[in-house]
Design a protein around this ligand. Structure first.
Ligand SMILES: Nc1ncnc2c1ncn2[C@@H]1O[C@H](COP(=O)(O)OP(=O)(O)OP(=O)(O)O)[C@@H](O)[C@H]1O
Ligand SMILES: [Mg+2]
Length: 350
């Protein structure tokens, strides 16, 4: 069944200049090519696509163009609730959309809140504290060095550098000072996980499917305990991906279990990507979750899907179909059509 699909997104080129204070400021936003590829995949399956760039015109476009559903990849520009804004607008207008609801999107962008929820369900995650400034750092942190410091409300490796792994108090203070000053938000200081790193793509709702587990490794001869998958690594192509990860079945099952449980307890919908890293003893820990995972050609979610035999085009349709089934859109559209037919024939009779 062909739908009218709104496509909501934030383009890098539209990023407000006021946000551009640091080199990775626009890292989470889309290239035009990604939006074009998604639109093309939707059109090829018989859907009509209405482009809806994030911004002041979005509301009037939604009022003017009647869409059946929105394919949402809009990140919003600023603040820890930025990813929740488009879904909140769509909810207020009763328009279905792909992906998680505003509460889940806002919660998952705040790493401290996410970790509090995840750990309350017994999912292992490194201990952490959230600090507004260096002045909030307690004299005794209660966790041994090395620690890891990162912005509390970012993604796409924003504010994460090789120097995020801090070995002493002096390095910690410098990092927290840089994060809070540059990104204008609190920092998370957490236990450093020295083991191998994995990411897991998830798709579904009642039934949650996982794509093959991807291992993210340094390309150079680096031990996992000195590897940080961050802005510097990405920009200098210092990482390599192994998908499926070369790991024994029992470890794979434990990593998948962390990912799917996190997806469920955070009440994610349709899709997400979960980062997992091993501690010194080889036990998997939840690092963070991305309920709006990137869909560019270099994004890990579509690469993992591909390793599972799902092409980019199929992935886009699977995301849409998952949302369509969740909101029962086909049944709703049929009921709406039947109602219109009934009222037309009643009018004709009168
Ligand atoms: N506690 C930790 N111990 C070890 N490494 C960590 C820790 N936290 C983060 N890292 C490293 O930093 C990277 C980025 O951290 P994180 O995934 O939290 O940031 P992000 O910007 O939300 O990521 P994404 O690019 O997936 O959106 C991780 O992939 C990992 O390599
Ligand atoms: Mg991550």
């Amino acid at each position: 069944m062909g739908f009218v699909v709104g496509l909501a997104y934030n383009l890098k080129k539209d990023c407000p200049r006021s946000e551009m204070v640091v080199e990775d400021a626009d890292a989470e936003f889309e290239e035009q090519a990604t939006v074009d590829r998604i639109a093309k995949a939707l059109r090829a399956a018989g859907h009509r696509v209405v482009r809806m760039p994030y911004g002041p015109g979005l509301l009037s476009r939604l009022q003017r163009d009647q869409v059946d559903i929105v394919f949402n990849i809009a990140e919003g520009w600023d603040g820890r609730c930025r990813e929740a804004i488009v879904p909140a607008i769509l909810e207020s207008m009763g328009i279905p959309y792909t992906g998680s609801d505003p509460l889940t999107l806002a919660v998952c962008l705040d790493k401290a809140v996410t970790k509090a929820i995840v750990s309350s369900y017994g999912i292992p995650t490194p201990r952490a504290i959230k600090v507004e400034s260096t002045g909030d750092l307690p004299e005794h942190i209660g966790m041994g060095f090395p620690l890891f410091a990162k912005p509390a409300y970012e993604g796409s490796s924003k504010g994460v550098r090789s120097s995020s792994k801090v070995n002493d108090r002096e390095e910690l203070v410098a990092m927290v000072d840089w994060i809070t000053g540059t990104y204008r938000q609190p920092a998370i200081v957490e236990e450093f996980l020295p083991g191998r790193e994995f990411t897991v793509g998830t798709l579904g709702n009642r039934e949650v499917e996982t794509f093959p587990i991807m291992e993210v490794r340094p390309s150079a001869d680096l031990e996992p305990d000195s590897f940080v998958y961050c802005y510097n690594t990405k920009h200098n192509n210092l990482e390599r991906f192994l998908c499926p990860a070369p790991i024994p079945d029992d470890l794979a099952a434990r990593i998948r279990d962390v990912a799917v449980r996190a997806f469920r307890v955070l009440e994610c919908r349709d899709l997400a990507r979960v980062d997992v890293r091993l501690d010194a003893a080889g036990n998997p820990h939840f690092l963070e979750i991305n309920p709006l995972p990137g869909l560019s050609t270099v994004s890990l979610f579509p690469i993992a899907a591909m390793a599972g035999g799902v092409s980019f085009e199929d992935l886009v349709l699977r995301i849409l179909d998952t949302a369509v089934a969740r909101v029962n859109l086909v049944a709703c559209a049929a009921a709406q059509e039947a109602m219109t037919r009934r009222s037309r024939s009643a009018l004709a009779r009168s």
